[in-house]
Every structure is written in structure tokens, then in C-alpha cells.
Design a protein around this ligand. Structure first.
Ligand SMILES: Cc1ncc(COP(=O)(O)O)c(C=O)c1O
Length: 395
């Protein structure tokens, strides 16, 4: 019998991060003591005042459809948050609430990209960007960044890749997987390029609150002249340990795009879950002290992880200024011939030492694996000890 799959479905790769998490869970289910460095989510419980808000919403009987693009209360909460934190003003019609930042991004790509259009993606990139762009039948144009320059993009290289088909630049700072927070002068250069070539900037700011060493996060829309060409994308998943609630939002003065993205959502998923929206209102408007506590713990764990990695012969790493990932260069281990790329190494680590990490290949770098420090200090020490053994074995 012929295949009934579309060429689009056949081209699509499953999310590598979710796949490793599933394997890790399955091994744990078999009673294996797996050290998990795969997590793409905080390991803290969702703060109790947020969980209580979800319960109260249920008890009020808010269990029906809401407006497609989010409840007025949540749009207000988003507007208030962005205004208070960054001095950016958005009206309700300039905001869309979706089932996670991922869903916002998917909606935007569908709303702005035509077949053959190009979108610039800086590598290493979050695994889903190129796939989501291809799902819109458009072309992700991958511009590399390098470890030697701290994974900070070279604006000249970005500009050199712009063609008449380029429609957008995707910016993700702090970055998944490198954790790099782009310096202000690089953001300014990217803004200059966007202006000069009349490009849309899609700015994924999901890690805006997870910044260390007193670093300053600047939303792209706050750069001079950028508000009207930026789609600000954020959500509650990472900041409030709410990944399962699936609430993300976008804000933009380009109401034609916001409206188109809302229409796309109206014909696919409709509104995000009503209970989750109520919880997100509480997250954005309620007490913020748990966020500060979480950031403090993440920073301590980051310091520990980077310090320990730097002691291991054969590895190198750029100290991440944000998010909760260390993107570790493991390329020297491939010289042994026992493993020859990041996927081989991730499998080797999992099978021989029960350490789960995410291979760098799907992030655009075979030379690296991603270790998450959204896990306890004991786990970090135990996992890195096992990684050290593997390095000794393979070097
Ligand atoms: C860079 C980046 N953007 C977006 C997302 C998606 O977040 P959400 O849970 O809001 O869909 C993630 C989650 O891993 C991420 O790392």
C-alpha cells in the first residue's frame, strides 16, 4: 500500500529534547538510577499561590471556552507585566495568548512566512525553530555562531546571508542551548540590520528572567525603533515552573500579524485551557519572590556545574549568562573512534553510565551536548563524575 503521509510530515523530525526525556523516564520506570541532565524545565514545583489560583478558577466554574486569543484578564496581566518590567505598552489587540511560547512561534511562522521565504536562525538554535519554519514551507537560513566568540553572533555574517527572500530574523537571548545573553552592542547591530533590510524580528524571550551575574536583559522591542518590527514572544513555563500549563504569549504593534496568528489559532486549537490562563494571571500579577529564589538556586548550580566541567580533561564550555543549560564541547572525545558524534556520545553516556543529556546535533552542533542544571547539586556532582569517567575512557 502507498504511504498516506504528506511530504511535510515525512520531512519533520521529532523533538530531540522530548525524545531523550521519554527514554530517560522509561529507564527510570525500569528502576535504573538515571542522572538526568536532559530537563528543559525547572525542577521546582509550581508556586502554591499559582496552583491555588487554578483551583479557585475551577471552583468558580471557569471550565468553558474563553476568547480564542486569551481572556481579557490574562491579556491585561501580560500588558501590565511587560509595561512594569520593560516600559513597553501594548493594547489587548496587540497580544495573543497561546498554548505555550512554542505555539506562539508556530502561529507567527504560519502567519508571516510564504513558501520559499527565508528566516534567519542563529546556530546553535533551539531544536524547534528550523522545523517550525519548514512546516510553514519556508527556509531556515542557519547562521553559525562560535564557541571561541562566546556564541555571540557576528552581525556581518548575519547581514551577508540576507537575500530578497529574507523576511525575519529569529533572536533568542538568553539562548537555549548555549545560555548566552547577547551583549547590548550586538542587539543594537541586529536592530540596525533589521531596519536597513526591512525585516521582522521574532524575539523569543522565554528565559528573560533567568539571568545571572546581575546581567541585564533587554527586550528587543525596547531597542530604539524596534517596537514596530518586533514580535515579542514569552510565556510562563520557565519563569514560574509552569511547563505543563502550556501558556505563552506574544505582543506586537503589528496588529495584522497578531490578528492573523489569532485566526490561525482559532482554526487549529482555539483558546488555551481556561484553568491554565487563570493560573497564568496569578503568576504574572501575584508575588514574584519565588522567581528570585529560583534564580538564586539556578545560579549556584550553574557555578557548580561550570566549575566541575572545567576540571574535566577533554571538555570545554562557555559559561552561560542565562537559562539553565551548559552547552559542552565534547568533540575531543570523538577522536577515539568509539563515538563519532553527539548522538553517539549521548547514547554511550546513557547506556554505560546512565547519564541522560541531549545531543547537540539537533541544535545545530555535533561538537556539543547540552547539560541542564535544572537539577539538584548532588545530581550535578554525580553525573559529572560519571562524565569524567567516560572522558577518561574515550580520550
Ligand atoms: C528557546 C525556547 N523557546 C520556547 C520554548 C517553549 O516554551 P513553552 O513551554 O512556553 O512552549 C522553549 C522550551 O524549551 C525554549 O527553550
Amino acid at each position: 500500500m502507498k504511504t498516506f503521509l504528506s511530504s511535510r510530515a515525512r520531512r519533520l523530525k521529532p523533538s530531540a529534547t522530548l525524545a531523550i526525556a521519554a527514554l530517560e523516564k522509561e529507564m527510570r520506570g525500569r528502576g535504573i538510577d538515571v542522572v538526568g541532565f536532559g530537563a528543559g524545565e525547572p525542577d521546582f514545583p509550581t508556586p502554591s499561590h499559582i496552583r491555588e489560583a487554578a483551583k479557585r478558577s475551577l471552583d468558580r466554574g471557569e471550565t468553558f471556552y474563553t476568547p480564542v486569543g486569551g481572556t481579557p484578564a490574562l491579556k491585561n496581566a501580560v500588558a501590565q507585566r511587560v509595561r512594569d518590567d520593560y516600559g513597553l505598552d501594548y493594547k489587548a489587540e496587540e497580544i495573543l495568548v497561546s498554548c505555550g511560547a512554542k505555539h506562539c512561534l508556530a502561529n507567527v511562522f504560519q502567519a508571516v512566512l510564504d513558501p520559499g521565504d527565508e528566516a534567519i536562525v542563529l546556530a546553535p538554535y533551539w531544536v524547534s525553530y528550523p522545523e517550525m519554519i519548514e512546516l510553514a514551507d519556508a527556509v531556515p537560513v542557519i547562521v553559525p555562531t562560535r564557541e571561541g566568540t562566546g556564541f555571540v553572533p557576528d552581525p556581518e555574517e548575519v547581514e551577508a546571508r540576507i537575500t530578497p527572500r529574507t523576511k525575519a530574523i529569529l533572536v533568542n537571548s538568553p539562548s537555549n542551548p548555549t545560555g548566552v545573553l547577547y551583549p547590548a552592542e550586538i542587539l543594537a547591530e541586529l536592530a540596525r540590520i533589521a531596519e536597513k533590510h526591512d525585516l521582522l524580528v521574532i524575539s523569543d524571550e522565554i528565559y528573560d528572567k533567568l539571568v545571572y551575574d546581575g546581567g541585564k536583559f533587554t527586550p528587543f522591542a525596547a531597542l530604539p525603533g524596534m517596537k514596530d518590527r518586533t514580535i515579542l514572544v514569552n510565556g510562563v513555563s520557565k519563569t514560574y515552573a509552569m511547563t505543563g500549563f502550556r501558556i505563552g504569549y506574544l505582543a506586537s504593534t503589528r496588529t495584522d500579524i497578531v490578528k492573523a496568528a489569532t485566526n490561525i489559532q482559532s482554526q487549529s486549537t482555539s483558546n488555551p485551557a481556561s484553568t491554565a490562563q487563570a493560573a497564568a494571571v496569578e503568576a504574572l500579577t501575584g508575588p514574584q519572590d519565588e522567581v528570585a529564589r529560583m534564580v538564586e538556586v539556578f545560579e549556584k548550580r550553574r557555578n557548580l556545574m561550570i566549575e566541575e566541567i572545567n576540571k574535566i580533561e577533554g571538555l570545554s564550555v562557555v559559561k552561560p549568562g542565562g537559562a539553565f543549560y551548559a552547552f559542552v564541547n565534547t568533540s575531543r572525545l570523538y577522536l577515539s573512534g568509539k563515538v563519532s558524534n553527539s548522538a553517539d556520545l549521548a547514547r554511550y553516556l546513557l547506556e554505560t553510565r546512565h547519564v541522560a543529556c541531549v545531543p547537540g546535533g539537533p541544535f545545530g552542533s555535533e561538537d556539543h551536548v547540552r547539560l541542564s542544571f535544572a537539577t539538584g547539586e548532588e545530581t550535578i556532582l554525580k553525573g559529572l563524575e560519571r562524565l569524567r569517567e567516560v572522558c577518561q575512557e574515550l580520550l
